[in-house]
Design a protein. Structure first.
Length: 175
């Protein structure tokens, strides 16, 4: 088995990812991107990390604005995931679709996300092509819908087996 990028990609396609939208703002400029390279870093204090390509507009605005919201997407958000995964080249404003508000950190928040974690950016560790962005979680909003959008083997999928999972805990705030 070779250790080349093709075999690496083949393996990583099998790692099931929860789909998120990372959003950010700096002044009036707002950006967002679809991301699966996101995970919890620590509970106390609550921190989350995301791996963000340095070439994207989202990285540039994050670096300037030092804010990031991690919006966890649900089964109904596939179109948004495609829209925000298409790169900055899209002609129209990607935020024209979806119900958005502005969070306490200034970044866009998707109102019907399964959960939104509003962060200030604690650290951005630049390593070759990407930055590991560490978010200091300031506010958490949980809507209660437990059905995630997932990405596996190059496709968006729903987890039907989760349809009978009880709703997640009600909205709460960390301060
Ligand atoms: C399912 C999916 C997952 C993605 N995960 C990541 C990720 O974790 N990190 C990343 O840098 N790009 C990821 N991308 C690519 C970005 O979403 C894409 O390049 C984005 O449009 C960049 O937007 P920007 O140029 O406005 O920053 C993913 C795309 C898709 C469709």
């Amino acid at each position: 088995m070779s250790g080349g990028t093709d075999s690496f990609k083949s393996a990583m396609r099998l790692l099931v990812g929860g789909v998120t939208l990372l959003t950010t703002a700096n002044g009036n400029e707002r950006r967002g991107m679809t991301a699966t390279a996101v995970c919890s870093l620590s509970v106390d204090p609550p921190r989350i990390l995301a791996c963000v390509n340095l070439q994207g507009a989202t990285y540039r605005v994050m670096a300037a604005g030092r804010a990031m919201t991690v919006n966890l997407l649900g089964a109904s958000h596939e179109n948004l995931a495609r829209r925000f995964g298409a790169g900055s080249a899209h002609a129209d404003d990607p935020f024209a679709s979806g119900n958005w508000s502005t969070g306490s950190n200034g970044a866009p928040r998707l109102l019907d996300a399964l959960a939104a974690l509003e962060c200030s950016i604690e650290e951005m560790i630049v390593t070759r092509t990407h930055a590991i962005v560490i978010g200091d979680v300031r506010d958490v909003i949980v809507t209660g819908d437990p059905r995630p959008l997932i990405y596996v083997n190059g496709s968006f999928r729903h987890v039907d087996a989760l349809e009978h999972v009880p709703p997640s805990r009600p909205a709460q705030t960390i301060q």
